[in-house]
Each structure stands twice: as C-alpha cells, then as structure tokens.
Design a binder for this molecule. Structure first.
Ligand code: SF4
Ligand code: FES
Length: 310
C-alpha cells in the first residue's frame, strides 16, 4: 500500500506536538518511524557537505501544483537537517511545519513514499534536476540548496506526486507477464532454469517500476500535461527490459513471439534512440541497454521466422 502525504493526513494538534519536540532539541519522532537513522544511512556514503554529520539548514525549492489542472508554482523553505537523513525524511520534517522562507504558513507538500528502501518505486522525483528515488538520496550527497520537482513525463496529481500508471499500461502492451493458467505444468514437469541463466536474468528482475529511466529518456513521450495517463508512443526502457527477462523465462518463453511482435510494432524497440540515459540513472543498475541490444537480435530472428513460417 502506498503512503500518500496530504494536507488532511495529520491532525493539527499532532503537528504541534511533534513540532514542539523538535523545538526542544529532541529527536523528531518521524525520523524514528522512517527507519532512516543517521548511523544507518550514512554508512559507506560520501559526506560532502558536513563530514562530521552535523545538523545544517538547507534551502528547499519545491515546484508545487495544487491539482492536475492547475498551473505549477515554486515555493521555498528552510529546513534543519542532518547528513544522515534522506530526501523523504526531510520532506516528512517539512510536513510538520510547512512555513515558507518568507514566513507564510502553507499547505503541506504532497509526496509519495512507502518502502523507504528502494523497493516500491513510489518516491521517484526530480532532485536537483536528476530523476531518482528520494528515499535513497541522502542529504549528504546534496548541497545547501536543494530543488525538488515532480518526476517529468508523468501527469502530476499534486505537488511531487505523479501518476505512474503509464508504466503499468506499457507493461501490458508488451505482455510482460507469465501465464499461470494451468496450461503449462509449473511443478515436476516444468521447464528448468540453470543457475547461470538465473544469475543473468536476476539483473532484470530488480526493476521497481520507479519511472526514473522513462523520465530521463528523450524518446519516452511527455505525458505530464495529460489529465489521464496515456500509454502511447515509445514503451520505454523498463518495459523492454521486462520483455528481455520474460522471454528468457522457461514458462515466459511460450509467449515470446507475442512479446516480440508487440515490440516490433509502433512505439516498440525501433523507437529507442540509444541515448543511454536510462542505464545511467536506473537506481537498480539494470543493464537496460544490454536488454535492448539483445532484443534487437531476438526481433531479427523473429522476422526471419515470420518470413519462413518458423
Ligand atoms: S528499469 Fe530501473 S529506472 Fe527504469 S523503472 Fe525499472 S528500476 Fe526504475
Ligand atoms: S519509498 Fe519505496 S522506493 Fe523509495
């Protein structure tokens, strides 16, 4: 289940209590519940701005939008943070006391998060111009001026929340599933997978559908202005990587021709411009360009098979 922050999600009295705790110098409660204590999250990471892990005040510039049909606007905040915090933790802190740098009390900034460990993909946004999950972006990696924007290419629901349904529609377009309808034996007589193949395929199974690769891809259509998520144009790197994964699966191989035909159609493989942005930004280090290259070979074989009825 996805956690969504909004103006309605916490009583005013509770906000005051938590704010008071922080004013007294105590640890903010939400940091404990977020599971992102400084000692856990700074391990092994570069400490660029405050090597000792001391608290500092950052200026937060957030692109806000009240609802899908309204115009975006910018608001600036000052937030006291420590290096061990991540961007989600900072936003949760801001939610407790949403006062702009010029002293206006405003509605809490809406954003999405759930797992806090780069598994659900819900928290992706544009951080200092780069698409990335906000739960795994530590403040120690960022400067004293931090700019947050909703993930581009996707319709804004509110503030930093976007509708990523296009990603899932694209998975449907390429038939990114394995049929488990009883037509094939999935037990004793199921096809086997070698350890070597499992290791190779595992790389592609780590996709969290965060949409970061789509946001960075110049070929992925810009649907930010759409009121309803639309699945058209280039299906994007994530969907192609799932085709690579499922075509190699012992059961998924049964539908391999259908998937290949899907990506040979409009909006498929040939729409990739080889910019390679996707593989640079993917937080799970999925070898997306290798998947696309491999699918190029598979579609070539499929064309020959189609020609000769193979
Ligand atoms: S391929 Fe990587 S960047 Fe793209 S949706 Fe999956 S995890 Fe996110
Ligand atoms: S909160 Fe789940 S990926 Fe960031």
């Amino acid at each position: 289940m996805t956690s969504i922050t909004s103006a309605q999600d916490r009583p005013v009295a509770a906000l005051r209590t938590r704010g008071d705790n922080r004013a007294r110098g105590g640890a903010p409660n939400h940091l404990i519940s977020a599971g992102a204590t400084p000692s856990e999250t700074t391990a092994g990471t570069p400490q660029r701005n405050d090597p000792a892990g001391h608290a500092r005040t950052v200026t937060l510039r957030i692109r806000r939008q009240d609802h899908p049909r309204s115009l975006p606007y910018w608001e600036q905040f000052r937030v006291r943070v420590s290096s061990g915090e991540n961007v989600v933790s900072m936003l949760r802190k801001l939610r407790l006391d949403p006062v702009t740098s010029d002293g206006r009390r405003v509605g809490p900034v809406a954003f999405e998060h759930n797992c806090m460990e780069e598994v659900c993909g819900a928290c992706a946004m544009l951080i200092d111009g780069r698409p990335r999950p906000s739960c795994s972006t530590l403040l120690s990696e960022l400067g004293d001026l931090i700019q947050l924007e909703p993930l581009p290419k996707f319709p804004v629901v509110r503030d930093l929340m976007v509708d990523r349904a296009r990603l899932f529609e694209n998975l449907k377009r390429v038939r990114a599933w394995v049929r488990l309808d009883g037509a094939y034996d999935t037990h004793e007589r199921a096809p086997r997978m070698s350890q070597k193949q499992w290791a190779a395929d595992y790389l592609f199974s780590r996709c969290i559908n965060c949409g970061v690769c789509a946001a960075a891809c110049p070929q992925f259509p810009d649907g930010a202005g759409a009121l309803e998520p639309q699945a058209d144009g280039f299906v994007g790197p994530a969907a192609l990587a799932q085709v690579r994964l499922l075509n190699a699966h012992p059961l998924g191989g049964y539908d391999k021709p259908d998937r290949l035909h899907a990506i040979m159609a409009e909006g498929g493989l040939s729409d990739c411009g080889n910019a390679q942005n996707c593989v640079r930004v993917c937080p799970k280090q999925i070898p997306l360009t290798s998947a696309i290259g491999e699918l190029g070979r598979q579609t070539t074989v499929q064309v020959v098979k189609d020609l000769f009825g193979g």
